[in-house]
Design a protein around this ligand. Structure first.
Ligand code: PEP
Ligand code: MG
Length: 921
């Protein structure tokens, strides 16, 4: 069968459902007709009032874009056929002079990208059909308002004319008429505006670039409705590749190759008078999860007015109180229930009421904050809608980061200077900035900032990402700022009307307070309460309590359930007792990596320096003695904090020059001393020290004398460290505690290295056991962070009780580039050019994954009790965690703040890889 490019949806004039499904379920269909198209079809199928229309598939978009914006053969005929069919069913024609059919043209990708792509409403109006519309509706104001909106949107969205030009013209008209609101403009005013708008079009559309709208060489607003339709469809396809859409996909890890669908749908009008309205709503509160109807509406308005925040909206709870909208309001509340029953999730929806009748224009699973995601998932389990395992899959692990983000310190006192809506929870402190460019600049200079705007638009995405928090003076809880901030997990306070912002002057005045702030002044915002404070409020990290704690306990039950897949652990990377305690509080089950070199910082650096640069054996021994004492104390602290839990201590890893001073600085000092003619003997001593420092420099330190090689060249270093570990464990054991150290050898490349170092470790541990009269049974293992180690793991495994995959080094040595050198230099380009799908230092690369898999298999072949884990950065990344589970690792280890994320991601990985969630019985 030839590929189908167009699908029909909705109910026709007689209330008959005419939907053609693109897949058995919404989730199947969304890949073809996009999320919006698939859900419109689904709503029609469950009997909800959906205006009819058709979706042109995402695959058509992909074919169109990859052919250089050329329609695939036959598609235009297919679209025409669906358009004619729609006209036949509605008994109206697009552009008809007497009774025109008007349509909306909207984008709709498989994943929602709010506000990122294009929408055109009221398409089909021209100088003639507007008169037909007026005659038919007997509503002159409505006719001209619809036409001016269409010219405005079409010019901006399809032809790229600056939208501000139209806003300026509206404001001028309002000033001229002495009115405040758009709704105060009369039919005559709006008619005048359509002429002004057509003039703006003619002046600003480049006739050379758009010959299709400039038949005589001069651009003029296109009067042919079929041309309008074609251009709008093309614009929607084109909007898939705009800079902001590409950035949004990158942020949200959405595949660039999916494409968007185009939905052409019969218009219904929320601007036909006081019994018409339009709104956006959620079936529960997307900010905090409260089970309440949430959203905004506007009487006598079109959809974009609500989202654009141009007029201040009314809360959805007031809808049935509005005269003439009582029944539609009740109908809408009933739709909330039907949608939740059907989707078993919190939904967001867009609706329009045309002369008292409710129409559904969109629904989708509602985007929500982590707080809300947790609460709604818990409620839905309690309500018997979903199982615990389904609930676990409902929360995106990375989102939990929001809850681990700072809040105002409960002990802090402060004055609230103004309040807005609590649109996205969490607190932020930073310098006031008034533009996205300024926010990006502040990010570059590493100064936290708060983006303060009248309202944000999709063009502000860069600035919103760069800022710590977002504050707007306008727009409701479903405004662009609120929706995007919640999606990103950034604190947001919106609609703070007391703020009078002058972005040109870079200042904001707070009405009634006498306060004026300038760019760079520090403010604090609390997105959980809506509070705005001048100056800095101290922030604290919250604890794991309430819904988060419960959800993580459910996740732990899944990870630990041996009856359904392997037990999958979560450990942490920590190298001091405070971090160890923090990670236990966050639920870590052990320490997967204690980088001992981090214990050699501060004043300890002097001691290790004197070891490295010692002239005599005596000096060396003295330094080692000091280190032994210090390290024994460190390990006691660590083992105590982790009592009863495994602590993998890694022997010294970095190249020694990292502990030494920079020889270049000393060389400069010598040159100065020489210039000043200082004492020759002193200068000679300095030169000698320089020669020593130079002798530790390496051209390629990452590939030099480091890792296990250090302990082989300087066995006394290993002896000292093992003595400290075993000594601390013996002491605590005798005090009745349960220390569980494990010793890890870094950067092994051949089995012989491990064999040698293992013998050395065993000897020292044995001597301590004998001297202290305790049995310590310390497992000994190694890191697998070199390709050679991974491919010879079947040999290395014979001498290892455990393997820990160090994907930081393994990635560097597999790719042959170092993180420090390339991450800002060319990884972004590689991502843009799609040479790499993801940054391999953040998400496990498939090639590196193959080495890990080889290593795990080799390890198991050599030693069937070997324990395998990962301690590179990717150990805390949810996508990588899925891969690690599938490869067969026993645990992941990550930084303390990622532990809760890994607990949830680990459970999700296990559920997905063991047949999906258990459904409700
Ligand atoms: C690794 O290489 O992945 C690792 C954990 O070691 P480090 O980052 O300390 O080199
Ligand atoms: Mg390493």
């Amino acid at each position: 069968m030839a590929e189908k490019h167009v699908y029909r949806f909705g109910v026709d004039e007689n209330g008959n459902n005419v939907t053609e499904v693109a897949g058995k379920t919404v989730n199947e269909a969304k890949w073809i007709t996009g999320g919006k198209g698939a859900n419109l079809a689904e709503m029609a199928n469950i009997g909800l009032p959906v205006p009819p229309g058709f979706s042109i598939t995402c695959q058509t978009c992909v074919a169109y874009s990859s052919a250089g914006n050329v329609w695939p053969e036959g598609v235009l005929d297919e679209i025409d056929e669906y358009r004619r069919n729609l006209e036949r069913r509605m008994g109206k024609k697009i552009g008809d002079a007497d009774d025109p059919l008007l349509v909306s043209v909207r984008s709709g990708a498989p994943f929602s990208m709010p506000g990122m792509m294009d929408t055109v409403l009221n398409l089909g109006l021209n100088d003639e059909s507007v008169l037909g519309l007026i005659k038919k509706t007997n509503n002159e104001r409505f006719g001209w308002d619809s036409y001016r909106r269409f010219i405005q949107m079409f010019s901006n969205v399809v032809m790229g004319v600056d939208g501000q030009l139209f806003e300026d013209a509206i404001n001028e008209k309002k000033a001229e008429r002495g009115v405040r609101l758009d709704t105060d403009l009369t039919a005559e005013d709006l008619k005048g505006l359509t002429e002004t708008f057509k003039g703006i079009f003619a002046k600003n559309v480049d006739s050379q670039a758009h010959p299709e709208v400039a038949p005589g060489g001069q651009a003029s607003f296109p009067q042919d409705p079929l041309l309008q339709l074609r251009l709008a469809e093309q614009a929607v396809f084109g909007s898939w590749n705009t800079e902001r859409a590409v950035l949004y996909r990158k942020q949200n890890k959405i595949d660039d190759s999916l494409g968007t669908a185009v939905n052409v749908q019969v218009m219904v009008f929320g601007n036909m008078g006081d019994t018409s309205a339009t709104g956006v709503a959620f079936t529960r509160n997307p900010a905090d999860g409260t089970n309440e109807r949430y959203g905004d509406f506007l009487v006598n308005a079109q959809g974009e007015d609500v989202v654009a925040g141009i007029r201040n909206t009314e809360p959805i709870s007031d809808l049935p109180k509005v005269k003439g909208l009582e029944q539609a309001g009740r109908d809408l509340y009933h739709v909330f229930e039907i949608l939740e029953d059907h989707y078993a999730d919190m939904m967001d929806l867009e609706f329009t009421i045309q002369e008292g009748k409710l129409w559904m224009l969109q629904t989708r699973v509602g985007k929500r904050t982590a707080l809300s995601a947790l609460k709604v998932a818990m409620q839905m389990v309690e309500e018997g809608r979903i199982s615990k395992e389904q609930a676990i899959l409902r929360v995106a692990p990375d989102q939990l980061d929001q809850l681990l983000h700072p809040q105002f310190d409960p002990k802090a006192t402060y004055d609230v200077v103004a309040k807005g809506m609590n649109a996205s929870p969490g607190a932020a402190v930073g310098a006031v900035v008034f533009s996205s460019d300024a926010a990006v600049h502040y990010q570059h200079i590493e100064k936290p900032c708060i983006l303060v705007r009248w309202e944000t638009t999709p063009d502000d995405l860069k600035g919103m990402v760069a800022a710590e928090g977002i504050l707007t003076s306008h727009g409701g809880k479903t405004s662009h700022a609120a929706v995007i901030a919640r999606g990103m997990g950034a604190p947001c306070v919106c609609g703070a009307e007391a703020l009078k912002i002058d972005a040109d002057k870079k200042e904001v005045t707070i009405s009634g307070t006498g306060v004026t702030l300038h760019e760079g002044d520090i403010i604090s915002i609390n997105g959980t309460t809506g509070d705005i404070i001048v100056g800095e409020v101290p922030l604290t990290r919250p604890e794991l309590t309430g819904d988060l704690e419960t959800m993580l306990e459910w996740a732990d039950d899944v990870r630990h359930d041996a009856s359904r897949g392997r037990i999958f652990g979560v450990r942490t990377n920590a190298d001091n007792p405070e971090d160890a305690q923090l990670s236990v509080d966050f639920g870590a089950e052990g320490i997967g990596l204690d980088r001992t070199e981090h214990m050699f910082l501060g004043e300890r650096k002097q001691i290790i320096q004197s070891f490295i640069l010692a002239d005599t054996d005596g000096q060396k021994q003295q330094a080692l003695g000091q280190l032994l004492k210090a390290q024994t104390g460190d390990f006691e602290g660590m083992f105590k904090a982790m009592d009863g839990r495994a602590v993998i201590v890694r022997l010294l890893d970095p190249p020694l020059h990292e502990f030494l001073d920079d020889p270049r600085e000393l060389a400069v000092e010598i040159a100065h001393a020489e210039g000043r003619g200082e004492n020759e003997t002193q200068i000679a001593a300095m030169r000698e020290r320089l020669a020593r420092l130079d002798s530790f420099q390496e051209a390629n330190p990452m590939l030099g004398l480091r890792g296990c090689r250090l302990g082989i060249v300087y066995p006394e270093l290993n002896d000292m460290q093992v003595r400290a570990i075993a000594g601390a464990a013996a002491k605590l054991r005798k005090l009745g505690l349960d220390p569980k150290p494990e010793i890890m050898v870094p950067l092994i490349s051949t089995v012989e290295e491990l064999k040698l170092v293992r013998e050395q470790i065993e000897k020292v541990v044995g001597s301590i056991e004998e001297a202290e009269g305790v049995e310590l049974s310390i497992p000994i293992g190694c890191m697998i962070e070199l390709p050679r180690a991974a491919v010879t793991a079947d040999e290395i495994g014979r001498y290892a009780d455990f393997f820990s995959f160090g994907t930081n080094d393994l990635t560097q040595t597999t790719f042959g580039f170092s993180r420090d050198d390339v991450e800002s230099a060319f990884i972004p380009q590689y991502l843009a050019k799609k040479i790499l799908k993801a940054n391999p230092f953040e998400t496990l690369d498939p090639g590196v994954a193959k080495l890990v898999e080889t290593g795990v298999k080799g390890g198991h072949a050599a030693n069937d009790t070997i324990v395998c884990g990962v301690c590179g950065e990717t150990g805390g990344d949810p996508d990588s965690i899925q891969m690690y589970y599938d490869i067969g690792l026993d645990y992941v280890s990550c930084s303390p703040y990622r532990v809760p994320i890994a607990r949830l991601a680990g459970a999700q990985a296990k559920i997905r890889s063991n047949g999906g969630p258990r459904k409700l019985a």
